[in-house]
Design a protein around this ligand. Structure first.
Ligand code: ADP
Length: 160
């Protein structure tokens, strides 16, 4: 059985994430979608809220496993016996950071491979931070995130 990991903060999950995860699901037998807790980042949603939003957004993919983890990605993949990480690449600006992460993860765990999937052109400028910024000013994010995420954003930001 081939298993892959789609890691991220997912604060919140966007249509760009769902697209990459769906494409991974069509290639791998099993895909772990894991919320990595990063103490250095300030998040809008709690880990549990992010996991719940992912559960709803990914309910049509039967081969997805959703969980959260606090710690190093390489420790997590060793524990789960995962050898492939799938990441989305948007603009060239993603490259430098992702390249560094992939190299460092390879250094820490040589058996791990990082596969990159190109974002769809209409998702190339879509990010969780842009979504939060638009929603924060009461803008319409309905075409950028699943419906329940848009509702959660309104509730969280007190605009609902
Ligand atoms: P992180 O905090 O690790 O950057 P994110 O939750 O922002 O995590 O993103 C997780 C993964 O999803 C990353 O590999 C990122 O490149 C990818 N991703 C984010 N937005 C998009 C998008 N619009 N299209 C394709 N991939 C995306």
């Amino acid at each position: 059985m081939t298993t892959a990991l789609c890691p991220g903060s997912f604060d919140p999950v966007t249509n760009g994430h769902v697209d990459i995860i769906g494409r991974a699901c069509s290639i791998f037998d099993q895909v772990y979608v894991t919320v990595f807790e990063n103490p250095n980042k300030k998040h809008l949603f709690s880990v549990q809220e992010r996991v719940d939003m992912l559960r709803q957004a990914l309910q049509d993919f039967p081969n997805v496993v959703i969980e959260s983890y606090y710690g190093l990605l390489t420790d997590y993949v060793r524990m789960r016996q995962i050898r492939v990480v799938v990441k989305g690449l948007r603009a060239v600006s993603d490259f430098e950071y992702e390249f560094q992460m992939a190299q460092m993860n390879k250094h820490l765990y040589d058996e791990l491979e990082t596969f990159f999937v190109m974002a769809r052109p209409d998702h190339a400028y879509l990010s969780s931070s842009v979504v939060k910024e638009i929603a924060g000013f009461n803008g319409d994010v309905d075409s950028l995130v699943p419906r329940h995420v848009s509702e959660m954003l309104k509730r969280k930001l007190g605009k609902g």
